[in-house]
Design a protein around this ligand. Structure first.
Ligand SMILES: [Zn+2]
Ligand SMILES: [Zn+2]
Length: 172
């Protein structure tokens, strides 16, 4: 298993202003819980690309890119879903130049790669995790998987109770 990076010391790169470096790292991302169901992130250790650019002073512009798969039940039909997500995230850390230029993931020149990668994936995952975008879901009447049931799956409409009452009337 490749060596994983939880935190990365940006200062250790010793970049001067305007200099940049691309790094190939590996990051572990904790499983997610969505709608009460666990979703594992695969692979266990995700290959990630980190672009670091030194700005002015103690500042950095960062770009993170990786691809990860979520593994858990489809929220419509409950069969296994393995959607793949392409994640791209950017951060600017320019200490001492206002809150909007402070990155929550950089402290004293050290990047919390693990926290950033997890948050970036969480922001990319849609509210509904599906086995495929046009998943037909389960039949609301009998619970059968409509992806397998075929287009002709249907139920007799429930008789309207008012008509049932009428049919009990006798016309002599
Ligand atoms: Zn589904
Ligand atoms: Zn049905």
């Amino acid at each position: 298993m490749p060596l994983r990076t939880d935190t990365f010391d940006l200062g250790g790169l010793r970049l001067s202003s305007g200099e940049g470096r691309r790094l190939d790292l590996h990051v572990a991302i904790e499983p997610f819980e969505l709608g009460g169901e666990p979703y594992a992130v695969e692979p266990r250790v995700v290959p990630a690309q980190l672009d670091v650019s030194r700005t002015t002073g103690a500042g950095y512009a960062l770009r993170l890119g990786f691809e990860a798969t979520l593994n858990g039940p489809c929220m419509r039909c409950l069969s296994p879903a393995e959607p793949v997500f392409q994640v791209t995230a950017r951060e600017v850390s320019q200490p001492g130049e206002g809150d909007e230029l402070e990155s929550p993931y950089v402290r004293d020149g050290v990047l919390d790669l693990r926290a950033w990668a997890r948050d970036a994936l969480a922001l990319t995952v849609p509210t509904q995790v599906l086995c495929r975008s046009d998943c037909a879901g389960l039949c609301p009447v009998c619970g059968e998987d409509l992806n397998l049931a075929g287009d002709d799956h249907a139920h007799e409409p429930e008789p309207d109770p008012r008509w049932a009452k009428l049919s009990e009337l006798r016309f002599d």
